[in-house]
Design a protein around this ligand. Structure first.
Ligand SMILES: *Cc1c(COP(=O)(O)O)cnc(C)c1O
Length: 421
């Protein structure tokens, strides 16, 4: 069955040679049955699955190279340091950063944004200044700014969106003023799937001399990102959504900006020298990496980046676009379904509500069919209010999903509607 569907997808597609059957075999977790049914995993925007090469890289690190880094004079420590630092270089190339020192290892997108809020924010933001975000932000790109505003007396401004879930660029530009100290905006919405025109957003902000932080949590797994082309000042993403491990993520920052920022946390490795009178901080990026970092996580993320590169980001983007349009067509034609997020430029995320079926009930029903989706406020309560819904069901795709997954989903949604009505 799966093979037939794959063939069909292949015949119609420009990404003809996208070998999804082979790709699926690289992800051991997808081979499982759950609740007696073959797993259909459509919750990739929450966390993506890991190919065997990533699992192996982590396991090999612990079996062969584990030690603390940057400290030991012994062989293993040198080896672990080399693995950690070459992961940094690999990720630098993956996002097109000019310098290795512009890549800071953090826990994930959330920590990356908090780091910028607490360091850039505390040094550059004063009472009456403004931070500009958008209506479609994840809580991770709202709450750290509210905390900063509370601490400094700055004001949070929100750029509105239209009913399709597209940023209103004119309104956004109007909100850029001499008081604006930072724009923080998502590249791809985790709820609507909207792909924001980051290049243009940055251009407008820079015209007013405002730096831009991009939340790349959803974009990094499905779009080729080049931070120098985007010209953004910060770019944040999480390893676990990019087919790598949890607990590791990246903050990219332009070197000139990172240099102006004080440390985030104090501890080992972030210092050059310590006396009880005065501590001299380490250079960038070490200054931001206090304590023992997630070394194995960095190694795993680097392996994930290698894997994605080998599959080819352009092919991944094209394949997911095709799958999204197939899914949009199939799901939106179901009676009573309303899509939330119908932007022209979209990534493989589909939120919807169904008349008479609560998203949570749908999620539970689909789970009993072996289908994993997310139901709830999607960590974006203000966005839910914007669309007048308390929650949505969200289907989010990765390049290992197939048309057959969508067919199974469609049938199960139809069944659930019969069940609940
Ligand atoms: C998942 C997500 C985050 C938070 O990522 P964590 O890995 O939980 O830190 C932030 N923004 C967006 C758009 C996301 O999808």
């Amino acid at each position: 069955m799966r093979t037939n569907q794959d063939k069909k997808a292949g015949e119609r597609s420009p990404s003809r040679r996208f070998e999804v059957t082979k790709i699926r075999k690289a992800f051991p977790i997808l081979q499982q049955q759950v609740r007696g049914k073959p797993l259909v995993y459509l919750d990739n925007a929450a966390s993506a699955q890991k190919p065997q090469v990533v699992i192996d890289a982590i396991s090999r690190f612990y079996s062969e190279s584990n030690a603390n880094i940057h400290r030991g004079i012994h062989w293993l420590s040198e080896r672990a340091t080399e693995a950690y630092e070459s992961a940094r270089t690999n990720i630098q190339h993956f996002v097109g950063a000019a310098e290795t020192s512009e890549i800071v290892f953090v826990r994930g997108t959330t920590e990356a944004i908090n780091l910028v809020a607490q360091t850039y924010g505390r040094t550059h933001v004063r009472a009456g200044d403004e931070i500009l975000i958008s209506t479609m932000e994840h809580h991770s790109n709202i709450v750290p700014w509210q905390m900063l505003c509370e601490a400094t007396g700055a004001v949070l401004r929100v750029a509105p969106i239209n009913d399709h879930g597209e940023l209103l660029l004119d309104e956004y530009e109007k909100l850029l003023t001499p008081r604006t100290k930072l724009v923080a905006i998502t590249h791809v919405s985790n709820v609507l799937g909207t792909i924001n025109p980051i290049r243009r957003i940055v251009e407008l902000a820079h015209y007013y001399r405002v730096p831009v932080l991009v939340d790349g949590a959803q974009a990094a797994p499905c779009l080729a990102v080049d931070v120098q082309t985007l010209d953004c000042d910060f770019y944040a993403f999480s390893g676990h959504k990019l087919f790598g491990p949890t607990g590791i993520g990246i903050l990219y920052g332009k070197a000139a900006l990172l240099e102006t920022m004080p440390p985030y946390q104090g501890g080992g490795h972030m210092i050059q020298s310590v006396t009880f009178e005065k501590t001299i901080y380490n250079k960038v990026p070490d200054r931001f990496e206090a304590g023992t970092p997630h070394i194995a996580g960095a190694v795993g993320l680097s392996a994930a980046v290698d894997y994605v590169r080998a599959v080819g980001m352009e092919s991944i983007t094209a394949y997911e676009q095709e799958l999204l349009s197939y899914a949009t067509d199939r799901i939106s034609r179901i009676d009573g379904v309303r899509l939330i997020g119908t932007a022209k430029e979209k990534a493989g995320v589909m939120s919807f509500v169904i008349d008479g079926v609560h998203p949570h009930d749908l999620g539970t029903f689909l789970d009993s069919e072996g289908i994993a989706i997310r139901a709830g406020h999607q960590c974006a309560q203000p966005l839910m209010s914007r669309f007048g819904v308390p929650a949505t069901a969200r289907v989010s795709m990765a390049f290992y999903n197939t048309r057959e997954d969508i067919d199974v989903l469609e049938a199960a949604i139809r069944k659930s509607i019969e069940f609940f009505r």
